[in-house]
Design a protein around this ligand. Structure first.
Ligand code: ZN
Length: 458
């Protein structure tokens, strides 16, 4: 490793402004966030996972008449449990009358369960997981993973005429783990006594296993109603630490985010890694610059589909033989590992919800407010003031890198100039900083997608 003076010297030679710039420092510790991170209960997570698996199946098309088995019983219990966990949570069913389509083989009333924790502003941060389950028969997901490649597509198991929607599908890990995590975060954040700037929405989706139906229907309405959504922390399969290949990993979690590289989803992923490094240093966040795993998906994609920033948390080691099968039972959930993943989520959510919204860096015509003024060789950045911001921090990095390399606190301004720094060689971004020091996501200045003319031939 290079010594610190060498780094400073190199930085100084490269940048005349180096005397005031800082290399990236971790965010300041907020003892209030430390306290709520410490209040995650492994016992409650364990009890929630057991209860969820105990409904036998939570298939979206399963029987709803039983008070103890099937999705009807499960969603009512989730509703009641969220209501019980804090009087500050506004709990409701988010019902969508789905028509028959694809794996939804008959008309059905799909019900997501929503718990809102109102903040000072209506902008929303989502914490989500699907609570529905599926048993696709045979040996579940491992049979799909190990099948030899073929040019003839196999018929979809869920669309077979004799498919049994009431077969055992306990879904302890897929996705009792994410459901329990979301419910525990709802309890801890609502009972924290903290007043958040953002409104927090904890949502348990149905219909994920039939193609993200519940999340897509919800996101479509958010888009139509122009609800400001700053982030979706989606958790799906986050409780198992023993891979089906015999390897184990209880020390890290994967976070998938869709590009391009400076999308707000990627900005959200970076924020989570920074917050986790401060509040849960014993757990590693492994950022993955992909929308999701190959041929697999989850509800975060319903959010990115409508332009809302979203990430997916995934356990580091999967056991495919226990997914989408009757074998997805509670003994496959490592509650200590699940609790660590809950703490990482909590650190990211709380620090973001206490911060102001990210600055808007485009003008009303959608153009990036970045230029080379005044010398023609400078980096001139402008942005719109964020409501509630006390100051701003500018970030930059070499354009062929993934994470910010330098930052500078710039005070309560909406324009800043970095002299003789080429906007063509660096990526720039700006974050809003609240009075308590919490930073928003970084809004990056990126070139718009090119719309090249097509040559006309005669
Ligand atoms: Zn799942």
């Amino acid at each position: 490793m290079r010594s610190l003076p060498t780094i400073l010297l190199v930085a100084f030679l490269a940048r005349p402004d180096a005397s005031i710039a800082q290399d990236i420092a971790p965010p300041a510790v907020d003892p209030r966030i430390q306290k709520i991170v410490a209040s995650i209960s492994e016992d409650r997570l364990s009890a929630l996972v057991q209860k969820l698996a105990g409904f036998g199946t939570r298939n979206t098309l399963s029987d709803t008449s039983s008070p103890t088995r099937g999705i009807g019983a499960a969603r009512q219990w989730i509703f009641d449990e969220l209501t019980r966990s804090s009087p500050r949570l506004q709990v409701s069913f988010d019902t969508h009358k789905l028509a028959r389509q694809g794996r939804i083989t008959r008309n059905v009333d799909l019900q997501n369960v929503v718990a809102l924790l109102p903040g000072k502003s209506p902008r929303r941060i989502y914490v989500t997981a699907h609570y529905d389950t599926v048993n696709i028969g045979e040996e579940g997901q491992i049979s799909a993973n190990t099948r030899a490649p073929s040019n003839t597509p196999r018929p979809d198991a869920q669309q077979r005429r004799n498919f049994d929607y009431n077969a055992d599908a306990p879904g302890a890990n897929d996705n009792g783990s994410g459901t329990a995590l979301t419910m525990e975060l709802a309890r801890v954040l609502a009972e924290s006594g903290l007043e958040f700037d953002a409104t927090l929405a904890f949502v348990l989706w149905a219909g994920e296993e039939q193609g993200l139906m519940g999340a897509r229907a919800h996101a479509m309405e958010l888009f139509k109603d122009k609800v400001p959504v700053d982030a979706d922390f989606n958790n799906d399969i986050v409780g198992n630490s023993r891979g089906g290949d015999g390897t184990t990993d209880a020390e890290s979690v994967r976070v998938y985010s869709e590009g391009p590289e400076d999308s707000m989803s990627r900005s959200l992923a970076r924020h989570i890694a920074r917050a986790a490094a401060v509040y849960v240093p014993s757990h590693k966040v492994r950022l993955i610059a992909r929308q999701d795993r190959f041929s697999r998906g989850s509800d975060h994609t319903a959010f990115t589909q409508y332009g809302f920033p979203a990430v997916a948390f995934r356990e580091s080691k999967e056991d495919f033989s226990r997914q989408h099968a009757a074998t997805d039972t509670v003994d496959g959930v490592d509650v200590r590992y699940l609790a660590q993943n809950a703490r990482v989520n909590l650190a990211g959510v709380a620090s973001l919800a206490l911060a102001p919204p990210a600055p808007i860096v485009t003008n009303p015509r959608g153009q990036m407010m970045i230029g080379r003024q005044p010398s023609g060789y400078d980096a001139n950045l402008r942005w719109n003031a964020s409501p509630g911001a006390a100051s701003y921090r500018v970030y930059w990095r070499e354009a062929w890198t993934t994470d910010w390399q330098h930052s500078q606190a710039v005070g309560d301004v909406t324009e800043f100039m970095l002299p003789k720094l080429s906007i063509d060689n660096y990526v720039f971004g700006v974050a809003a900083v609240g009075p308590g020091g919490h930073e928003s996501l970084v809004s990056a200045y990126v070139p718009p997608p090119r719309r090249d003319p097509v040559v006309k031939l005669r």
